[in-house]
Design a binder for this molecule. Structure first.
Ligand code: ASP
Ligand code: MG
Length: 452
C-alpha cells in the first residue's frame, strides 16, 4: 500500500482536488486497499494564517478578521463546488465551526497583543486541518470510502512549537492505532500534514514545508510500500531550468545524492524530511499532480549505479570567495582553528574550503559580515575577497568509484577559469568555484557532456 502526500498546489482549488481524487482512485484500484492520504493546506493558506496572527498581534485586528473571512469564503466556495451532495451539510458546518473558533482566537490575540509560539501553532495548523476535512468529504462525495484522521492524534511531537520534532516511538504507536485500523477496515485515511500535538495534547507544527515530513512519518509508521510526494513539477531535474533550456528528468537518485542537490537549492523537497522513510528503506517518489501519467523521480536509500555517470548539476550564485594567506602557516599548527574561529564569531557559514600549505580559500553566501570578517582575519593573515562568484556542483554516486568522471568534469571546463575545485570525502560531489558570469556557459558544457 502507498502513502500519497499532496502539496499545497495539488489541493489549491476544486480542479486540483478533482485531480487528487482520480489519483487516489487509481492507486486504490491498483492496490485493492488504501492509500493513506496526507495533504498540505491549500496553497498560500499557511502564509495567510501566519499573516493573520501577525496582524492580530500587532493590533491590526480588523485587518486580521477580514483576512480570516477571505479564507473562510475560499474554503466554503471549494466545499460548495466539490461537495454538493450528502456530505455538504457536515463539511460546511465543520468549516464554519473551525472558522468561528479561529475568529475567537484572533480576537483574543488582538486583546493580548502577543502571539506565543504555542498560539501560533494553533493558528497555523488550521490550514491542514481544514484542507484534510475538505478532501475527505470530496473523496466520499466521489464514491471513495475516505475517513478523516485527526493528525493531532497521529503525530506525537516534543513541545518545540513552530518546528516541533516528532517522537518516533510514540508517533509509530499513534499511527498504528489511528491509520492502520482505517486501512484494515477498507477505508482511505486522510490526514493533514504539518500538524501534530505534544503528548499533553497541545497542537504543534513541524516547521515550514513540514507536510513532506508528515508523509514520510505516516509511510514509515505503517510500513508503506512507497511514499508518493505529489507536487507541481515532474520531479528532480538534471540542472536548473533557468540556466539550461531543457534539463532532463532525473528518473532515480539516492537519498545522499538528493541531499547534496538540495543543499544547492534544488528545492523540490528537503531531504531531511524524508529521512524517516529512507531509514526504513521505503522508496519516495516525486510526482506531478498536473501530469499524473509521468514516472517522476524515485529516491531510494541505496545508490543505483546503472544510470548516467552524473545524476545532476546544481549551482549557487552570489557567492563570495575569501582568500586567506599567511607565511606563518607554513609548518604551523592552529592556523585553521584561528581562521574558522573568526567565521564562527560572526555566525557565518562556510560552504567550500580549499587549502594549500600557505593559504586557505573559503566561500560564503551570507555577505553581511564579510567586511568584519576580513578585518578580523587581517590581524594575522593577508586577506582578499572576490564577490559575484558562483558554485557549480556535479553530483553522482558513481563519482566515488569512477575517478575518470571527475577528470572529465574538469577537462570539459578547460577554458573556464576555475577559482577553486573541491571534492570532499563523500566523493559523491565535485564542486568548482567560478565567476558568476561564467556559470551559464560552464553549466551548459557539463550538461551537454553528461546528459545529452
Ligand atoms: N502548509 C505548510 C507550509 O506551507 C506545510 C507544507 O505545506 O508542507 O509550510
Ligand atoms: Mg511543500
Amino acid at each position: 500500500m502507498v502513502v500519497q502526500k499532496f502539496g499545497g498546489t495539488s489541493v489549491a482549488d476544486p480542479a486540483a482536488i478533482r485531480r487528487l481524487i482520480e489519483i487516489v482512485r487509481t492507486a486504490r484500484l491498483r492496490d485493492g486497499r488504501g492509500p493513506a492520504v496526507v495533504v498540505s493546506a491549500m496553497s498560500g493558506v499557511t502564509d495567510a494564517l501566519l499573516g493573520v496572527a501577525a496582524a492580530a498581534g500587532s493590533s491590526r485586528g480588523d485587518d486580521a478578521l477580514s483576512r480570516v473571512e477571505q479564507l473562510r469564503e475560499r474554503h466554503l466556495a471549494a466545499a460548495r463546488d466539490l461537495v454538493p451532495g450528502t456530505q455538504h451539510g457536515t463539511v460546511v458546518s465543520d468549516i464554519g465551526d473551525s472558522f468561528d473558533q479561529h475568529t475567537a482566537v484572533v480576537r483574543a490575540l488582538g486583546v493580548l497583543r502577543e502571539v506565543s509560539p504555542r498560539t501560533l501553532d494553533v493558528v497555523a495548523a488550521m490550514g491542514e486541518l481544514l484542507s484534510s476535512r475538505l478532501v475527505t468529504a470530496a473523496l466520499v462525495e466521489a464514491g471513495l470510502p475516505a475517513e478523516w484522521v485527526d493528525a493531532r492524534h497521529a503525530i506525537v511531537t516534543n513541545d518545540d512549537h513552530t518546528r516541533a520534532a516528532p517522537l518516533l516511538r510514540e508517533t509509530t504507536a499513534a499511527l498504528r492505532a489511528s491509520v492502520l485500523p482505517a486501512i484494515d477496515a477498507g477505508q482511505i485515511p486522510v490526514l493533514g500534514g504539518f500538524v501534530g500535538a505534544t503528548a499533553e495534547g497541545h497542537t504543534t507544527t513541524l516547521g515550514r514545508g513540514g507536510s513532506d515530513y508528515s508523509g514520510a512519518l505516516v509511510g514509515a509508521g505503517i510500513d508503506a510500500r512507497e511514499i508518493q510526494i505529489w507536487t507541481d513539477v515532474d520531479g528532480m531535474l538534471s540542472a536548473d531550468p533557468r540556466v539550461i533550456a531543457q534539463p532532463r528528468l532525473v528518473p532515480r537518485l539516492s537519498f545522499l545524492e538528493a541531499a547534496e542537490l538540495a543543499y544547492f537549492g534544488a528545492k523540490v523537497l528537503h531531504p531531511s524530511t524524508i529521512l524517516p522513510a529512507v531509514e526504513r528503506d521505503i522508496p519516495v517518489r516525486i510526482l506531478n499532480s498536473m501530469r499524473p501519467e509521468g514516472t517522476g523521480t524515485l529516491i531510494t536509500a541505496r545508490p543505483s549505479l546503472d544510470g548516467t555517470p552524473l545524476t545532476g548539476l546544481a549551482s549557487k550564485r552570489d557567492v563570495t570567495v575569501i582568500d586567506i594567506t599567511s607565511s606563518r602557516m607554513l609548518m604551523a599548527y592552529g592556523f585553521l582553528r584561528r581562521v574558522f574561529e573568526v567565521f564562527e564569531r560572526f555566525r557565518t557559514a562556510v560552504d567550500v574550503v580549499t587549502t594549500s600549505e600557505v593559504s586557505v580559500s573559503v566561500t560564503v553566501d551570507d555577505r553581511r559580515y564579510v567586511e568584519a570578517i576580513t578585518e578580523a582575519l587581517s590581524e594575522f593573515a593577508e586577506v582578499s575577497t572576490e564577490s559575484e562568484m558562483a558554485l557549480l556542483c556535479a553530483v553522482g554516486d558513481r563519482l566515488r568509484d569512477e575517478p575518470e568522471i571527475a577528470a572529465r568534469v574538469v577537462s570539459v571546463l578547460e577554458e573556464v577559469p576555475l577559482r577553486m575545485i573541491s571534492q570532499a570525502a563523500s566523493r559523491r560531489n565535485i564542486t568548482v568555484v567560478l565567476r558568476q558570469s561564467d556559470l551559464p556557459h560552464a553549466m551548459q558544457r557539463l550538461h551537454q557532456e553528461f546528459f545529452k
